[in-house]
Design a binder for this molecule. Sequence first.
Ligand code: ADP
Ligand code: MG
Length: 577
Amino acid sequence: MPHHSIQVLPPLIAERIAAGEVIERPASVIKELVENSIDAEAKQIGVFLQAGGTEWIEVIDDGKGMTREDLELSVCRHATSKIRVFEDLMDLQSLGFRGEALPSIAAVAEMSIASRPSTDASADTFEIKVVQTASGRATAAKVANQNFLGTKHGTRIQVKSLFSQIPARLKFLKSPSSEASAVREILERLALTHPSIRFKFTNDDRVVLDLPSEAMESRIKRILADGNPFEMIHSHLPGAWSIELYWLKGLSQANTRSMYQIVNGRSLKDRILQTALLAPLKQSFLPGNFPAMVAVLKIPRDELDVNVHPTKTEIRFLDSKKIFALCHAGVQALLEESRPQNLFPSSVGYTTHPEVHANTPAPGFPMQGEITSELPYKSKPFGTYRGTLFSTYLVFEEDNDLILVDQHAAHERIRYERLKKSILSRDQVEEQALLVPEIIKLSDESLRAVASTLPVLKNLGFDAETFGETSVVFRSIPAVWGNHELPIRLFNLLERLQNVSEQNEKELVWDETLFEKIAMEACRSSYKAGDWLSESNAITMTQKLLACEHFGNCPHGRPTLIRISKNKVEEWFQRKV
Ligand code: ADP
Ligand code: MG
């Protein structure tokens, strides 16, 4: 048995272990520093790196700055100006609240901070240097006044030789360019939550991001679509529980990278929220494709359980059902916004918003949210046909359920799946040569990923090859594609190609515009609300609907059928309590 003796860790070692929780790589340093700048009410924030931040990090802001005393305190552990009482821990308003970032960075790098407060026009600029030491105890020295991004007050933090004394951590750093793209991702997230702040980010003196102070919509377009002209659809359901969605229609991605969530001002990556947002959108997207969408939620703070995790990107909702209902209502409003005008009966209303729910005089009346969640879909035909309601809804009774089928939505779904199948089943794809070849620019990373997969496209009716070091040139496309917004659609195709597997090769021909075109076609020739259907037509149609792959929704996401239990009906009539 080896002899164990218990030792108290020397302070610097303890400090480095604690720092390790928070500071994993340059991106974590930048996240903490930029959050501090945002909390300091900066209007402009500059991030300047060398070698992806592995050699040099500089963050400058024009915020309210610090006095000499505050500057000296700022590098002490658990020193924070943002928390006075424990209740503040529950509040997400300010970004940082642990008072650990600056001392943690100081423990694993060489840091210097220069700052001048905005409170006093005659104040001096002080600078403090902390070099790989345990927290605190450094004195600030007066230095010459300087400008902070063109302003007299603000803070400039420089961080050098990150992890140079900690080989174990150095080993985990990736290449400077990967570190730089991690920084970019963090900055884009922060920039989305604060569109009015100007952000500039350079790496090795090359400008990576330059975002002017702007409105939310243009900030989103700049970050999600690189300024490409995608159509933006917006929906907003205000209230104590509010949801606002910004969707770049037509820009779909092979992963969820372009799904952003902001809850009470904080950017998050929360799985529950993501699922809640995707569920009602699923019908509009091919398997493996995800929307480019920013969701902004405001939730009463006592409904949140703030995870006091060091990086705080997760959150717990006390009432996840309500979150699902809120997301569902938000997405329905979004789909309503995006629907081509006059194609659908205007009588379709959505009453799923929790606010509405709370105020409804008849509690217990079925809200769509609760109906969808209790729908036990069955694949056999429905029980007994009972006739038509309002010349629009087919009524069935089965066991102890009442089932309403929207004849228009159902017929759309059937026709849509039939049209889609006929397009995908064509073996010989007709090619259409382009008069002017389309050249699509990609990032180095993406180009490397798709280059070897380009031949797959040949079988699908595309003639494509790499062009120079940054592009792919298309000389022909499948005839079914048409020419509408071709560059955007080809760009999306290449993005998707990076994640292609053999079985879904064929689905690559599919794209959002084609989807839209076929959905419209399916709609145009469908039974309308108000058309009379014979009993045998009604039954056949419902059987065909149930044979569809996605029978629960029309191609635009509206429900095709709703099931109401006998119990529910008895509740309405107060036969059961
Ligand atoms: P926290 O942000 O959790 O309070 P930090 O270690 O990140 O802890 O920062 C400590 C304190 O230093 C902050 O509470 C704030 O008062 C001050 N501070 C840090 N960065 C800035 C900045 N860029 N501008 C003004 N004050 C700052
Ligand atoms: Mg902080």
